[in-house]
Design a protein around this ligand. Structure first.
Ligand SMILES: [Zn+2]
Length: 255
């Protein structure tokens, strides 16, 4: 990026208070991928964009980039969509924050992927409509695919043997995909997974968001895919996600 003033369509990934009156924000933008910026005076109410820079909100951003600083300077933010239905429901809000944290943790600055911006905006809308858990799994697999981390799901990743419909399979984050029973014995930590779950994930990775409603996941898919995808994501980024821990707590407290 050259020095100068830029416009971008952005989703706010996170926001952090900084010094007396400033805020540090991370955005995923359609035009420049992930960027981090400082909003000077953002905590003083006289700045016109104060209410427009909350996480998950979609904005039109104007920022100044100076090649000497890693942070851009936020000049203006016009609210396009605040996702009010997300922000009025703690469960939906926590799911949205999970998508934001996933994008923040799995992408890097300087990597420009318009598909990630589109995926995020489409899925925030789906969560707002109350689509719930299957949507999170479809988001995970699509994001992994876009970032080049799609696990191997069609056959055994070790011996390359194709699977039969009724076969008992396993998933190994370390090996990078599904493994057959024989290879699982030497693969270290594995989780059991059905052929149906592997097949559904493999399809979801290739489907446009509009087509995902055609997939009808059952309870076995939801349990298995949540376990293997989160384990795989943790393996890729090398840490736990804060929002995942919060979602788990929230789920357990409502039982
Ligand atoms: Zn094998």
């Amino acid at each position: 990026m050259k020095r100068g003033l830029f416009k971008a369509s952005a989703v706010i990934l996170n926001s952090l208070d900084y010094s007396e009156s400033d805020r540090i924000l991370t955005f995923y933008t359609l035009e420049h991928g992930k960027i981090t910026g400082i909003a000077k005076g953002a905590r003083r109410s006289r700045k016109r964009f104060v209410g427009n820079i909350e996480p998950a909100s979609r904005i039109d951003l104007v920022f100044f980039h100076n090649d000497k600083s890693a942070l851009v300077r936020v000049e203006d933010a016009t609210l396009i969509d605040a996702h009010p239905a997300l922000k009025s429901d703690i469960e939906r809000l926590s799911q949205a924050c999970y998508l934001l944290e996933l994008v923040a943790e799995m992408t890097r600055e300087g990597q420009h992927l318009p598909g990630v911006f589109n995926l995020l905006t489409e899925f925030l809308k789906l969560l707002e409509a109350g689509s719930g858990d299957p949507v999170l799994r479809f988001f995970e697999i699509r994001l992994l695919s876009m970032l080049g981390y799609l696990p191997h799901l069609d056959g055994c990743v070790v011996c390359r043997k194709p699977f039969t419909a009724e076969e008992r399979l396993f998933f190994s984050s370390e090996k990078g995909g599904t493994v057959c029973k024989r290879c699982a014995a030497a693969a270290g930590s594995v989780a059991a997974v059905s052929a149906g779950t592997a097949r559904l994930l493999s399809m979801a990775a290739r489907f446009d968001t509009g087509k995902l409603a055609r997939l009808k996941p059952g309870p076995a898919f939801l349990d298995e895919s949540e376990e293997i995808l989160y384990d795989f994501i943790k393996f890729q980024i090398g840490k736990e996600l804060k929002t995942k821990r919060f979602m788990t707590k929230l789920k357990n407290s409502s039982l």
